[in-house]
Design a protein. Structure first.
Length: 81
């Protein structure tokens, strides 16, 4: 049985903007978890957005997760008539 060698922990230029892929993967899992907790169904464009957000620095990703978590505790805004 042929096996493929594992991918390196960091990619080439532009892959994850120099970020360790395991960090981006962890960010994606945390973002998906936050969105799942508020029952947000993800369209294809949403998944692409999560991948882009996951490439950002830790402070930014944590801020977005905090926003999602805060938003779920707020009362929904009334719809305009």
């Amino acid at each position: 049985m042929d096996t493929t060698s594992p991918l390196p922990a960091t990619g080439g230029p532009g892959l994850h903007t120099g970020q360790d892929t395991s960090t981006a993967h962890t960010h994606r899992l945390r973002l998906y978890g936050a969105l799942d907790a508020v029952c947000v169904p993800l369209a294809a464009a949403d998944v692409q957005a999560v991948f882009k957000l996951a490439e950002l620095d830790c402070v930014t990703v944590h801020a977005v997760i905090d926003w999602i978590n805060t938003a779920r505790t707020l009362a929904p805004l009334p719809h305009p008539s």
